[in-house]
Unconditional design. Structure first.
Length: 358
C-alpha cells in the first residue's frame, strides 16, 4: 500500500476567519481622531522644504513634492486589518483604498510597495498568498506594478500599500482649497462600516456582501480627470473618519463653513435598516466624540443618522468641492466611469468654520 503523502502546511492548519484575528477592520482601525490629534501635538516640527507642496498641515490624503516645472511626486501609504474574511477580497479592498489617496490628490499612480504583516503560525500560506494576489489584481487594474515591499510576522493580519504617483504641480488638488459658493459632490454612497459590522456578526446576506465588495474595490480613477478641471478646487476621499470627519477637514483647511443636505447623501442599500438593528462600529462613536462639538445638527436628527454620518468608510468615495458651473461636468465624469450614485450633497459658504447638517 502506498503511504499517504505528508500533509501540506495549508492542510494541517485550521483556517480561522480573518476578521476574528483583528480587533478592528478596514479604516475602522484608525486611531480615534481625538487621540490622534493629541499625539500629533507632541510631534516636533521640522522645517519644510519649499518643494514640499503638501505635507501634514491640513491632514491631506498624501504628501506632494515638486520635482520640476512639469512633475510633482505624490507619496502615500495605507494599511489595515481585515474587513472581510475572503483573503483575496481583503487584498483587493486594501489595495483600492491605498491607491485612492493618489487619485484624491488629482494624480496618476505609477507603482506601489506592499506592506505585509501576517501571523505566520496561524494562517496557511495559501491564504496569505491570496491576500497578496488580491492586491496585485487591483494594482494591475490601476496599471501599476508592485515593485517591492516589506513583510513581518505579526499577531494580527495587516496588508496595505505604499503608493507613488505623479501630477502636474498646477493640478494638485488639496483638501484645503475649497471656495465660498462651491458645491460638494460625493462619488460613492456611504455605509461600508455598517455592512462590515453586520458581516462580523453574521448578519450580512450575499447581496449585501456583493454590494460591499463592489463599492470598496471600485478605484477612484475619476480623480485624474477631475484634476484637469479648473472649476474643481478641492478633493479628498471619505475613509475612516467618516463623512463628518473628512468634510470637517476640508472646512478647516479652507477656513470656511460646509453645509450638507443629509437627504441628498447616497447610502448603500439596506444600511439604515442594519444600523437600526445595532450594526454599527465602535469607530462611529469615537468619530462623533471628536466631530460632534464642531457639527450643528437640525432638530430631529436621530442617533441612527449620527451613526451614519460618522460611519467609517473603507475605500470610500471622492468628495469634490467645485464651482457651481462645473457641477454638471463633474457628475458627467463620475457617470462615465461607472459611479452612478455620485450626487451633489452640500455647499461651502463663508461663516464660522464647521459642519452644518440640514
Amino acid at each position: 500500500m502506498t503511504a499517504n503523502p505528508t500533509p501540506t502546511r495549508s492542510e494541517t492548519v485550521a483556517v480561522p476567519r480573518l476578521t476574528s484575528l483583528a480587533h478592528g477592520g478596514g479604516c475602522g482601525c484608525k486611531i480615534a481622531p481625538g487621540v490622534l490629534s493629541q499625539i500629533l501635538k507632541r510631534s516636533s516640527g521640522f522645517p519644510m522644504p519649499k518643494e514640499l507642496l503638501v505635507g501634514i498641515e491640513t491632514a491631506d490624503d498624501a504628501a506632494v513634492y515638486q520635482l520640476n516645472d512639469e512633475q510633482a511626486l505624490i507619496a502615500t501609504t495605507d494599511f489595515f486589518m481585515p474587513i472581510v474574511d475572503d483573503p483575496r477580497d481583503f487584498g483587493r479592498i486594501a489595495a483600492t483604498n491605498a491607491i485612492s489617496d493618489v487619485y484624491a490628490m488629482g494624480g496618476t499612480p505609477i507603482f506601489a510597495l506592499a506592506l505585509v504583516g501576517m501571523p505566520i503560525n496561524v494562517l496557511p500560506l495559501d491564504t496569505i498568498a491570496a491576500i497578496l494576489q488580491g492586491g496585485e489584481s487591483v494594482c494591475a487594474e490601476a496599471g501599476i506594478p508592485i515593485a517591492g515591499g516589506h513583510t513581518i510576522d505579526s499577531v494580527e493580519p495587516i496588508y496595505g500599500l505604499v503608493v507613488l504617483g505623479l501630477v502636474h504641480p498646477s493640478r494638485v488638488k488639496r483638501n484645503a482649497d475649497a471656495r465660498p459658493g462651491d458645491q460638494l459632490v460625493l462619488g460613492k454612497p456611504i455605509g461600508v462600516g455598517v455592512l462590515s459590522a453586520a458581516l462580523k456578526k453574521n448578519a450580512l446576506g450575499p447581496d449585501g456582501y456583493a454590494q460591499m465588495i463592489e463599492c470598496t474595490t471600485k478605484l477612484n480613477k475619476p480623480g485624474i480627470a477631475l484634476a484637469k478641471l479648473d472649476g474643481v478646487h478641492a478633493l479628498t476621499d471619505i475613509t475612516g473618519f467618516g463623512l463628518a470627519g473628512h468634510t470637517l477637514e476640508l472646512a478647516r483647511g479652507a477656513g470656511l463653513r460646509v453645509s450638507i443636505d443629509w437627504a441628498q447623501v447616497p447610502l448603500l442599500a439596506g444600511v439604515r435598516e442594519l444600523a437600526e438593528q445595532g450594526m454599527v462600529t465602535g469607530a462611529s462613536g469615537r468619530n462623533w466624540t471628536a466631530h460632534g462639538p464642531h457639527t450643528t445638527l437640525p432638530a430631529g436628527f436621530s442617533d441612527i443618522d449620527i451613526a451614519l454620518l460618522n460611519d467609517p468608510q473603507t475605500s470610500g468615495g471622492l468628495l469634490v468641492s467645485c464651482s457651481a458651473d462645473a457641477v454638471d461636468e463633474v457628475l458627467s465624469i463620475f457617470r462615465q466611469q461607472g459611479f452612478a450614485q455620485a450626487a451633489v450633497i452640500g455647499e461651502v459658504t463663508d461663516g464660522p468654520v464647521g459642519l452644518v447638517l440640514r
